[in-house]
Design a protein around this ligand. Structure first.
Ligand code: GCU
Length: 650
């Protein structure tokens, strides 16, 4: 299948110059930075010839000077641009590449060569995407077609992968995990010779774009690949096997950054089978990759997924903290723990994971999910970037001057929302998540309105009506989705397994630890100190706020507390009235967004218009289901009428 260039579809500038001269030394001439600039200039200034150095420099020329300045940090860049000359310097080839992309972005947004200066270095050192692609080319929680990394058990390196690397580098992504954390089928052989040549090739391509390649290994590989009878991380034979495996792999694939590991979680193998703990498992791998500068990213998504719903004491939300806090300080320094943004599983609203504030002697990174598993599966518009911004800005460790999540983590990852669809993300609007995520990690102060506008303009062109409508849709989309699905932090009212559409008790009598405990009087889970004690996993100030229904923020009330339907929120509304209002208003907002999009007919590309319109139709159908089923569910249970007398199906 063909593919779109998304925001790198460079558009022609109103510039009639005859020459664009790119001046740089020989090394940079072979770099991705030079290629990107050359390719872009040929499209943006089609009447000009693009030259590498030139004797002629006159009024008909535009000069761009690229250089590496080692005194800058490797990924840092400075741009000084004017109407006839621009200088871009970076701390390394990657820094220059980021500078080139920034220059192209500003030039496209200005519609021509403009005067500006820009200095930037990334807010987060590690800016990753985790693909949940399987070797058989299916994608776990994929909503955009099949894998473009794996085609029928083979690893593909082709024009699409090149475009992928370009797109990712253009928003500053510098680490990519290519396969699913649940290592299935032939992916188990990523560590064997089977994939070595292709991994080398892909690693080389990524390296040119400043991206480290990561893979998810099978923790049981000493058995499944090596033929040993154990994968015990403290067994000498196992250690020796991993050492040998890594030596071969990292020598062959020098741009391999390391491993991402899901162990002892939802059926994946891990150290528990041998009576060992997560630190034993992670450190064993960390020592095997250390000689090559490798990193082991170890996931903290560990909980009991065979819980009995009758058991009111076990609380899944507690499990990350309970499993990992006793190990704080025991991990090697090339281990990073990867913690989901909230304690459950990428719900539309969860509190910030307490491990960010509590894990004080271990490297830690945050994991988000751009794949919209629980947020509308890329049929509903749900722009997640403002939520990610808010979570990174959350003050989590009150013992530090700068206690924001963004400053206690050493990196951020997100589950990718891409596939082999023409537009990469199923819906063209879902690409705003991919774009915005990268831009935010590079520049955490970026203004959300500006970001939405920037993406809309680079994607759809400069029609002001298009930019305004798309911006309004994006900015309001997360709140609308939350309102018509599960407001007040309830979570988990979706259909089991595929997680799309409403089913208020779908997870209520199941083994996953995901309950709302709604009855005729009350709803919510008591996670205060008199309940499961989860609120006590936060620093004292937050523990106090979350610990009482009077101080708990409304949007998280039912996550932390079990309250009667007549409980008054801080907003002054009762819980039941809020549930009704949110569902009616959320649906109305979705209708409004669909209308804003419909108004753009003839202003955006026809194919895009049709694809997104069809998704809005489905969003409205599904939002209505959510509204009516959740409202009816609570009306039947509580017997309390909507004070505004709207239609509830009873
Ligand atoms: C969710 C998701 C799974 C995934 C898991 C994980 O539970 O539904 O498909 O494997 O997260 O993050 O490992």
């Amino acid at each position: 299948m063909g593919f779109s260039k998304l925001w790198l579809e460079h558009k022609k500038l109103a510039d009639t110059r005859k020459r664009v001269i790119i001046s740089c030394d020989h090394t940079l001439k072979d770099s991705a930075a030079f290629d990107e600039l050359k390719t872009a200039m040929r499209t943006m200034v089609p009447d000009a010839i693009v030259l590498w150095k030139s004797e002629v420099f006159d009024d008909d020329s535009y000069l761009i000077v690229l250089s590496v300045h080692p005194e800058l940090e490797a990924e840092e860049y400075n741009i000084a641009a004017s109407s006839n000359i621009t200088e871009i310097c970076g701390g390394s080839e990657t820094g220059v590449l980021y500078g080139v992309f920034a220059f192209l972005r500003q030039t496209a947004l200005a519609g021509g060569f403009a005067s500006f200066t820009e200095s930037a270095k990334p807010s987060q050192p590690l800016r990753m995407l985790n693909h949940w692609d399987n070797a058989d080319s299916t994608i776990e929680r994929g909503y955009s077609g099949k894998s473009f990394f794996f085609v029928d058990d083979e690893l593909a390196v082709n024009e699409r992968t090149v475009m992928y690397a370009r797109l990712m580098a253009s928003v500053g992504i510098n680490g990519v995990v290519i396969n699913n954390v649940n290592v299935r089928g032939k992916a188990k052989r990523l560590l064997a010779d089977d994939y070595a040549d292709r991994l080398e090739e892909l690693g080389g391509l990524f390296g040119r774009y400043g991206i480290k390649l990561f893979i998810c290994p099978d923790f049981a590989a000493p058995i499944t690949v090596g033929g040993l009878d154990s994968a015990d991380p403290l067994d000498d034979k196992v250690i020796e096997w991993w050492n040998g495996c890594c030596k071969k792999l990292f020598t062959k694939v020098p741009n391999l950054g390391g491993f991402l590991v899901k162990a002892d979680s939802e059926g994946q193998p891990g150290p528990f089978a041998y009576g060992r703990d997560h630190a034993d498992g992670a450190n064993m791998l960390a020592r095997a990759v250390r000689p090559y500068g490798g990193t082991v990213i170890w996931r903290c998504f560990v909980y009991n997924c065979t819980q009995d719903w009758r058991d009111l004491n076990t609380d899944r939300a507690r499990s990350g903290y309970d499993n990992f806090i006793p190990l704080d300080g025991r991990f090697d320094d090339n281990v990073i723990l990867q913690v989901k943004n909230g304690p459950m599983d990428f719900q539309v609203r969860e509190p910030v994971h307490p491990l960010f504030g509590a894990m004080k002697h271990t490297k830690i990174m945050a994991e988000f999910q751009l794949a919209q598993e629980y947020t509308g599966q890329q049929k509903h518009v749900c722009w997640l970037v403002p939520m990610i911004r808010d979570i990174l800005a959350f003050g989590t460790r009150h013992d530090l001057d700068d206690d924001r999540v963004s400053s206690v983590v050493c990196g951020v990852a997100a589950v990718a929302n891409t596939g082999d669809d023409y537009c990469w993300t199923g819906s063209e609007l879902a690409a705003a998540n991919l774009y915005g995520y990268g831009r935010l990690l590079f520049c955490e102060d970026i203004d959300m309105e500006q970001l939405a506008e920037e993406w809309a303009q680079l994607t759809f062109g400069e029609d002001e009506q298009v930019i305004a409508n798309v911006k309004e849709i994006l900015l309001g989309s997360h709140k609308a989705y939350e309102d018509y699905t599960v407001p007040l932090g309830m979570g988990w009212m979706c259909k089991p397994n595929h997680h799309y559409g409403p089913d208020p008790w779908g997870y209520e009598f199941d083994r996953w630890g995901t309950y709302n405990r709604a009855d005729r009087d009350s709803v919510g889970v008591d996670r205060s100190m008199s309940g499961t004690g989860y609120s006590g996993q936060y620093s004292p100030a937050w523990a106090e706020v979350y610990g009482s229904p009077d101080s708990c923020p409304d949007e998280l009330l039912l996550f932390f507390h079990r309250v009667p339907y007549t409980h008054r929120l801080r907003s002054g509304k009762t819980v039941i009235q809020h549930i009704y209002d949110a569902h009616f208003e959320g649906y109305e907002k979705a209708e409004h967004f669909a209308k804003l999009w419909a108004d753009l007919e003839g202003r955006v590309d026809e194919q895009i218009f049709k694809n997104v319109s069809a998704r809005f139709e489905e969003q409205l159908r599904c939002a209505k289901e959510w509204r009516d089923i959740v409202n009816t569910f609570f009306h039947r249970l509580s017997g309390i009428d909507d004070e505004k007398g709207r239609k509830i199906y009873n």
